[in-house]
Every structure is written in C-alpha cells, then in structure tokens.
Design a protein around this ligand. Sequence first.
Ligand SMILES: [Zn+2]
Length: 394
Amino acid sequence: MRVYCTAAGDLVPLEAKPRLTIYVCGLTPYDSMHLGHVALLLLYDVLARRLRSLGSEVVLVRNVTDVDDPLLERAQEVGVPFWELVNGEIAQMSADNATLDLPATVEPRASEHIEDMAAMVGELLDKGLAYTVDGWTYFAVDTDPEFGRLFGLSLDERIRLARERGGFPDRPGLRNPLDFVLWQPSRPGEPEYETALGRGRPGWHIGCSVMSRKHLGDHIDVHGGGEDLIFPHHECEAAQNRSVADGSAVSIWLHAVHVAYDGYKMSKSRGNIVLARTVLAERDARVLRLAVLSRYHHRRGFEWHNDFLDDAESLLDRLIQARAQGRGPGGDEYAVRCLDRIDDDLDFPAAVGVLAEWATTILDDPAGWSGDRLAEVAEVLGLDLSAPRTSPRR
Ligand SMILES: [Zn+2]
C-alpha cells in the first residue's frame, strides 16, 4: 500500500512485514470524545486492520496524555479535583473505544512513566543539550542541527505555532525562542512528582518520547496524531529521540486532518461538537463507524452533518442483508476494488462506496454473489456484518 507522509510531503510505500509498529498520540482526557476524535482513531484502526489482513503483526500504541497544561484549567472550570476529572474522562473514553471497537495493543498513560521521563531529561542535561532557568528545564534546540527540518516549516511559522500550541517563545532566559519545556514546577492543583530532578512535573513532548521508546524502541514504522501536532509536538519528540539514540527514526508520519461542524473545526473551545457517546446512546456503533468512514479522508477531512447517520444506517442494513442473502461464488472483483481504495492512501469514502455498490449487486442477484466475501472485506473496515443492527434507545 501507499500513504501520504507529512515529512516526505508525498505518497510513500508502506509494505506489510512480520511485525509493524504504529504509535498514535491519543487523546488528552480533559473532555469527552467527539466525532473529530472518532475520525482520528478510525484512521489508525483501519490501517492496523488492513496491515493485519496482509499478514503483519501490528503493535498499535496509543498514548493518553494525562499530565498536561489544559487539564488543570479544565478541572478548575468544572470545579473537580485534577484526578477526578482525568480518571472520569479516561473511563468514558475507554467505554466509547470499546463500543466502537477501537482497540490498541498498549494504551500507556503519561503519569505512569514519570521516572523514565525524569531520567531522559537528566540524560539530556548531562549531555549539555538542556538547561534550567528558574526551575524550568528546556531543550536547547541549537544543539540539534536537524531541529526544525522535519516538516519543512519556516522559522516564522514555527515560532507562531509554538506560541499557539503550548510553547513560550517570548519567555525571558530562553537561549532560542523555540527551546521547549522538558520539566517544570507544578502549579497548585496539578500532580507533583519527587524525582532525581527535584519536585515538579514533565513537559508535554517528553512523554511521547518516553512512551514510544519504551513500548516500541528506536524505530517506529508509522507515527500518527492530529495535524495540529506536526509542530511543535512531533518535531520536539523527534529531536529528543535523536538526542538520546543515534539512528532513532520514524519511517512514516501520518497525520489526520480535523473534522468540521457548523463551518468550523469541531472543537471543545468553540463548542461545536457532537459527542461520540450521544450518538452511541441512540445508534448501533457500526452506524457511527460507517457514517465517519464514508466521509473521512485523512488529508481532506469533511464537515459533519447529523443526517449522515441515517444514510449510514440504511447502508448498514443493506450490507447486513447482502451478507445474509448472497450465496453465489462472485465477489473477487469487488474485493480487489475495495481493498485497492484502502491501499491507496486510506481512501475510506471510496472503499465504502465500493461496498455500497457491491451490496446492491448481491441483493439484485443473491444466487450469483457471495455474502461471505463481502463480510470478509467489511471486516477490514472494522464492520462485523454477522449481527443484526441494534437500536440502543430508539
Ligand atoms: Zn504525542
């Protein structure tokens, strides 16, 4: 297959092999999962399913950033203690993931890797690649000649993005405005850890370096996350990894663009969100999966409309019916066409389009076409056609 790599700026080959690793920067548990998150999780889920169908053992690591700046703000806004918010949101997220059948091999939490993070920061300090000002420890980007080259962004653009996304380019004492936080003092209400570095908590980026290296080692086949993580998060993670291990590398950076709703990116801050659990309370989880897959391409995104759910529901019914009725030999040509669409940069809408056409063909001539073959290919998209559709609360 081939997929678009953000660092290469082009489509690159991705071959199945005995063991393949995927690391996804998952959710920050400060709010419930909305359909933008669902689209992102589905991208890597179907990628993993397809690679498994080609014979690879796929290790999918999807982290949970449970120690980070926005969590305290959110906890204060809703008036609950930090861990009550975080653990509650993680429980809800796990339930949504289970309902949507979005498994991961490992779901590491940042808070469970604090010692390793402190050790990595200590190593960067020992190597002279980091420095401390007023209790804050920063990575010195000037020590890394590769810093900033990964995604081809201009210096102005990087400074703008750092300012927008958790960096402090204007802070006095920085040797370079793009130097980023490795370790910092905890604010009142935030978790505080006693480590070899002293008391405090890790910065955002160091967590993903530690969790990816611990669970997958120096090399990652596919590194994913939302497009808003390209800079600074992924550039910083790569810089940290290079600094502790020569030859540390990611083969393919596969980013997911956002989903829009009411004209804007679906986001908690704007309030234009549709929660996964709201939809799942009323619809079969396969309806939601199909509604998103039938519209979502990871490089184009799409704008969500609630009536997509009705379209997906009737398509699911037709697929289930076609699977049950088809009893002939035919289907290979549809299977090839559908899988080709997935293999060509994960074009889910086109793949679902082939499934829809295939179902119609089967229902027109059940004696000529195989329902089992349809079901086999639908499995690659995470759709089990053997069970009748459920209607949770309708
Ligand atoms: Zn990350």
